[in-house]
Design a protein around this ligand. Structure first.
Ligand code: XMP
Length: 506
């Protein structure tokens, strides 16, 4: 097992993920995890992650005893500076800052670069740099402006790289990590996601003990996988609650309910559409809508939670990208959109939080879902926002608007499936616009609403590209929408990427 000490880089879980892809289990822990803990957990090596800190100013320091464990150590970016600092090298704020792709000269004799070729392209993002290598270290990579881009002390098996091997912009980065994990640390690679499932079920069982847990299910991949996993750990002490807010896709509420009960979960379905529409009356501002839905959701959920005797835990299907997004909310970057979840509830009701998927990425969650024998149709579903169709109706949310949009959306999804392109698209959606345009049908002049279609590819929703869908798919979708939904007279296609646009329109 490899322990990654987290110095605050947004890539730190990516390091763990890359190592897991090598078949080696890896966990991320706070930077100051005591050395005794690292030893107790049976780590075979330690990685210092990158981070926004600066060794030259305020330094986040690991437990110095980590250096005496005799374990192989790899410092990445800020982590390399920490290593250099602890080994009495010199780190300085340099005049030249390096951001983005750089070409490195590497020493291919170093075990860290074994099997790598030149040119070696790597992703850098740093202001400080190591200006004097510590005693015992050799320089094993450099760039035109950076004399120490990587260093090694083979005797103590301590290595440092100023670049980020974990990102895809460093094409040979996985090789570097593999060299460290296998060749240098000698760690066997026989871990699999199946082991993750077993360990997660066990851990959740221990966490909840003799208590019981509530979880919200929405039909989305994350909450479904979290619920099925938790059900394996807790059986009937898991109370899945499905709040139907009336803003789901056509027929989705029944499908979700039938599927989950079919998997043996005792799902409680709460019909709350009327209550949500009531609360949403007159609201058009996107953030107010989100807040209104979030608050109403929490209220409904809380009422249900209070009915469950002896409730101790709330389980959420939080994934790693959600963890990053909420971290950035606390940090300097602005909240782009407030994401709705049942936050606030745990403290208010004195519940402990269980997040069995928080170390995983979406595609890993899908793989876990397959292992749990969840229907591939559910696992392959496009992401769907918590506030549902409300953020795709760019106006007041009324039952009529929802019905029209549900129809348009269902036609679009059906045509994507018929055209065999549904799985090539990360997310597809229809949006009901608050404008009316003139049309003609038969001999009649019409004056109706516009539907915009959007389809994007993405890895994690953070960035996205619009998809050049086959013409016949677009054409059939548009024709069917206009022919079958009386209030809609025009269909347009969205050609913007994220950034500058977001995926949803609100
Ligand atoms: P944006 O529109 O921010 O969306 O580019 C990125 C991804 O997040 C989904 N999304 C949400 N999911 N609650 C959610 O659970 C929300 O309030 C929310 N807003 C956006 C969106 O569908 C896309 O997949």
């Amino acid at each position: 097992m490899i322990i990654v000490l987290d110095f605050g880089s947004q890539y730190n879980l990516l390091i763990a993920r890359r190592i897991r892809e090598l078949g080696v289990y890896s966990e991320v822990h706070p930077y100051n995890l005591p050395a005794s803990e690292i030893a107790a957990r049976g780590a075979t090596a330690v990685i210092f992650s990158g981070g926004p800190g600066s060794v030259t100013h305020i330094a986040l320091q690991p437990d110095p005893a980590v250096m005496d464990l005799g374990l192989p150590l790899l410092g990445i970016c800020y982590g390399m500076q920490v290593l250099a600092h602890l080994r009495k090298g010199r780190v300085e704020g340099s005049k030249i800052r390096e951001y983005g792709k750089q070409i490195l000269r590497i020493d291919r004799e170093s075990p860290l670069f074994s099997g790598c070729t030149e040119p070696f392209q790597a992703w850098m993002s740093h202001g400080d740099s190591v200006t004097k290598r510590p005693d015992g270290f050799r320089v094993i990579a450099s760039t035109a402006g950076l004399p120490v881009a990587a260093m090694e002390d083979r005797e103590t098996r301590q290595f440092g790289v100023q670049f980020h091997p974990e990102v895809t912009h460093t094409p040979q980065g996985s090789r570097v990590l593999e060299n460290f994990v296998r060749r240098i640390a000698g760690t066997k690679g026989d871990w699999s996601l199946g082991d993750f499932v077993k360990a997660s079920v066990k851990r959740l069982g221990e966490q909840v003990g003799s208590g019981s847990a509530i979880c919200g299910v929405s039909g989305g991949v994350d909450s479904t996988v979290a619920a099925v996993l938790s059900h394996q750990a807790l059986g009937d002490r898991l109370y899945p609650v499905f709040v139907d807010h009336g803003l789901l896709r056509k027929n989705e509420a029944e499908e979700v309910f039938n599927f989950l009960t079919g998997m043996g979960l005792k799902v409680k379905k709460i019909e709350a559409a009327g209550r949500f529409f009531e609360k949403l009356r007159g609201i058009t501002d996107p953030e107010s809508k989100r807040r209104c839905i979030g608050e109403t959701f929490i209220r409904v959920f809380e009422e249900e939670a209070r009915r469950i005797p002896g409730l101790t835990h709330l389980i959420q299907g939080t994934l790693y990208p959600d963890v990053i997004e909420s971290q950035s909310v606390k940090g300097p970057s602005a909240t782009i959109k407030s994401h709705h979840n049942v936050g606030g509830l745990p403290e208010k009701m004195d519940l402990k939080l269980g997040e069995p998927l928080r170390e995983l990425f979406k595609d890993e969650v899908r793989k876990v879902g397959h292992l749990l024998k969840i229907d591939p149709l559910i696992l392959g579903r496009h992401p769907f926002p918590g506030p549902g169709l409300a953020v795709r109706i760019l106006d007041e949310v009324t039952p009529e608007a929802v019905t029209a949009l549900q129809e348009a959306d269902a036609i679009f999804i059906e045509e994507l499936r018929r055209g065999g392109v549904y799985d090539d698209v990360w997310q597809a959606l229809a949006v009901l616009l608050p404008i009316r345009t003139v049309g003609v049908m038969g001999d009649e002049r019409t004056y109706g609403q516009v539907v915009a279609l959007r389809a994007v590819t993405s890895l994690d929703g953070m960035t996205a590209d619009w998809v050049d869908l086959p013409r016949d798919v677009l054409e059939r979708t548009a024709t069917r929408i206009v022919n079958s939904i009386p209030s809609i007279t025009r269909v347009v296609y969205d050609l913007t990427s994220k950034p500058p646009a977001t995926i949803e329109w609100e």
